[in-house]
Design a protein around this ligand. Structure first.
Ligand SMILES: [Zn+2]
Length: 146
């Protein structure tokens, strides 16, 4: 028999807490978004695909993810990986596969790298065929120099 009282919180109260948290974390969210934008742009520059149209794809992804992370502030650490994937998806429609895998260059069938984890902190570009972690998101240029 369940003797515990009904602990359901009033919905209004929860909404107020959520607004309060969003305000408190606002600076952090902006920093996370700014950092994510810089990382993805760095990778685009590394592959020399950062023309004006493509930069605007990144801006669109940042705007979308700003809304997303305002709803879920705990996801701030995930925005870099998410924006990388958003831009990757947008590029696939307008530009083609990006970023191409630098590991499987001899297979004759170039494929794109995946972001792993798809939803998590510290995202990396990973070859889905060989499971090689090529570089952290934002560090493709470094890997290309090696
Ligand atoms: Zn590969």
């Amino acid at each position: 028999m369940d003797k515990s009282p009904d602990r359901t919180e009033p919905v209004d109260n929860r909404a107020a807490v959520s607004v309060f948290r969003a305000t408190m974390d606002g600076m952090e969210l902006e920093q996370a978004l700014h950092a994510a934008r810089a990382l993805v742009l760095a990778d685009l520059v590394a592959d020399e695909v950062a023309d004006a149209d493509i930069v605007s794809l990144v801006e669109d992804a940042v705007v979308h993810r700003r809304w997303w992370v305002e709803q879920w502030p705990e996801g701030a650490a995930f925005v870099a990986g998410l924006i990388a994937q958003d831009v990757q998806d947008a590029l696939l429609e307008r530009y083609g596969r990006w970023p191409l895998c630098p590991v499987c260059t001899t297979s004759g069938d170039p494929h794109a790298l995946d972001v792993e984890p798809e939803l998590g902190p510290d995202p990396h570009w990973v070859c889905p065929k060989t499971a090689v972690a090529v570089a952290p998101v934002g560090r493709l240029r470094t890997s290309a120099d090696i």
